[in-house]
Design a protein around this ligand. Sequence first.
Ligand code: HDE
Length: 690
Amino acid sequence: MSKNELTEKKYTNKKVKTGHGGEVRQQTQGDVMTTQQGTAISDDQNTLKAGERGPVAMEDFAFREKLFHFDHERIPERVVHARGYGVHGYFENYEDLSEITSADLFQRPGEKTDVFVRFSTVAGNKGSPDLARDVRGFAVKMYTKEGNWDLVGNNIPVFFIQDAIKFPDLIHAAKPAPDRGFPQAQTAHDNFWDFISLSPEAMHMVMWIMSDRAIPRSFRFMEGFGIHTFRFVNKEGKSTYVKFHWKPKQGLQSVLWNEALKINGADPDFHRRDMWDSIEAGDYPEWELGIQAFDDDFADKFDFDILDATKIIPEEEVPVRPIGKMVLNRNVDNFFAETEQVAFCTQNVVPGIDFSNDPLLQGRNFSYLDTQLKRLGSPNFTHIPINSPKSKVCNYQQDGHMAIRNPKGRVNYEPNSWDEESGPRESLEKGFKSFPDNISGQKMRVRSETFADHYSQARQFYKSQTDIEQAHMANAMIFELSKVVKLEIRERLVGHLLNIDEDLAKKVAKGLRIHKMPEPAEPAMKPKELSPSEPLSILKNGPKTFKGRRVGVLLGEGFDADTFKELKQTVESEGAMFVTASLMSGNLKLSDGTEVNVNEKVDGAPSVVFDAVALLVDNPDDFKQNQAARDFVTDAVSHKKFIAYSEGGEKLITELSHLDKVDEGMFKVKGKSGAKDFVKACADIRFWRR
Ligand code: HDE
C-alpha cells in the first residue's frame, strides 16, 4: 500500500447517538479534532442552534472558523502555467566541472542534490485538460548547498518573443478572449493567430507548437530546455556561455492529435496520472542534463545572436555534453503545499551560474519574484518548506505576513558592532559576484539588428522532420486556422509560411480553401538555407524499448489462460504495464478458472490512453454490441497502434475496422507464440505504414 493511501488502522471511530436524531463519530484512539486555536471539538456535524429547529448562533466559533478557513482556501492561480504537476527527485553530478563553473553542485562526481520539478501547460486554467496543444513548462528547483538554483524551462528550446515587454500581449492573445471568456486552453482562435501573424519573430516557435512536441504522450517522454543562454563562471572569474538541455532517458514520444482530443475527454488528468502511477510503481523517470558550452569566439561567428531566445544552437554545431542526471522518485504528500505553493524564480542562481543579456531573461528576472508576492501573499514565501533553501539562510530581513523564521536578539541591521563573532556578514570570497561584463552604448528602445532573421531556423526545423511529422504540422495548422474566422488572419499566416517552406504554405492554403496564394510576408532579413538537424525530430529520437509504456488489454470472459499469462509476463518483463479492460470491471474467470480482477470498464479506458493494445477475446459478439469496445478497436487500428490479437480479436479487427485483413503491425498470440514479437515491435510505438 502506498504511503499516501489512508489506512483505517489509526482511528477507530465510535459512533454516538446525539439524542437529536443525529450521530457523531467519537474519537477513541489517535488525535482529538480541534479548532485552529487548539480547542477540542465535540460535534463537527451540526452547528450550534437556539433550539432543535432554531437559528444558528453567531457564537459558534468552531463553525465560523471552519467556514472562514474554507472561504480562503484558494490562492491566485498562476497567470500562465496554472495547470501543473510537481514531483521530487535528485540530480546526480557526473564529473568535476570546476574548470568552467564554481557552482558547488557541479564539483564532485556522484554528488546528489535534491530537486523539485513542476511540469505544466501554459495557456489553460488550473482545471484545464492535460492534452491541450501547448508548450509544456519544465521548471526545476535545485536545493544546492549554496542556495536554490531554479532552471525554469520549457519542453521547447525557443520562445515566441524576443523581448519581455511583449509577454503580456502574447499571453492575452493566447488566453480566452476578454469579452466571452473562451476558448479555454487552446490557441485555435482569432486572437492568438492575429497576434502571431503580426509577430514574425514568433515563426520559429510556431513551427514547434504545430509539431507533435505540443502534444506529448507523457511528461516522462519530453525534453526540457533552459532556452536562454546563461553563463558558467569559474573560480578565476572566467565566463563560458551555456545552454541547458534535459534529455529523457525514456526517449521522446507524442500522441496523435485525434488521440489528444479523445484523451482530454476520457482522462483530463492523463499526464499527472501517468507521472503519479509511474512513480508509485517504482518506474522512476530520468533525464540527462546536458550543456552546450561555447565562448565569445563561437558567439561572434554564429549566424544568429546567442541572446535571441527565438533561436537554437544546432547540436551539430555545438554538441550537447552530458553533465549529470536527474531521477524523479517521489510524489508529493500534499498537492497544495508543494505543487501549488512552489515559487520558481529565474533570478534564483548560485555562485558559478550567471545570466546573459537576453532581454527575455532579464525581464523574467523581475516578473517571477513579483508574481510570487501576488500569489503567495507575502515576501516570506521562502519560509514555506517547498521554497526554503536547504542551505543556511542568514540576513537581517524581518517581519511581514506569516514570518516563520524570526531571529532572536537585538541586532537587525548591519554594519553593526553587536554581533562581531556570529552575525551574518558579506563574503567577497564565497558570495555571488556578477560577471563583470563590459557594457557600453546609448540608452534606447531598440531591437538589435542581429535578432532580425525570423525564418531561417523555422525552415530548418520543418526540414528536419520526417514526412509523417511534416504532415502532422500541416494538419495542425489547418486545424488551428480553420477556427480563425477572419480570413485576413489566415492569409497573413500563409504569407509567413511562404518564407518558411513553399510546399507547407501550399498544403495549408489548400486545406483552408485559399485559392489565390497571398503575397509572402516581407522578411526583415533574407532567410538562409540551413542544414537539417536530427535532434529536432521526435521520431528520430524515439524510445529504444517499450519500457515505461502501457498495453491496454481488451479481455473476454473465459479467455485462454496460457495465452493471457504469457502475454502479461512478456509485457511486464519489458518494464511495461499490462492493464486489463472489459465490458464490466470486477473479477473475470479465465479458461483455467483463474480469476482476473479487471482494472477498467472499457468505457473508462479507451485505447487512446494506451501505447499498444491486445484483443484477447473468444467471443467477439458481446464486444461488437458495445460502442466503447468498438471504439477501442477502431481507434487502435486508425491510430496505428501495435495490436496483439486472438482468433476472436482478429474478427473484431476485420469486422469493425476499415481493414479487411490484419497487417504486419498486428501479432497473433496463442499460448507461448506471438507475445515476444509483439512486444519487440512495440518499441517502435506506432506502425506508421498502416
Ligand atoms: Fe514564464 N512566467 N515568463 N516563461 N514560466 C511564469 O511565474 C514570464 C517564459 C515558465 O511551474 C510566471 O511563478 C515572463 C519563458 C515556466 O511554477 C510569471 C516571460 C519560459 C513557468 C512568468 C516569460 C517560461 C512560468 C507565472 C517573458 C521558458 C511555471 C507564475 C519574458 C524558458 C513555473 C510564476 C511553475 C511561470 C513570467 C517567458 C517558463 C508570470 C514575463 C521564455 C515553466 O512570472
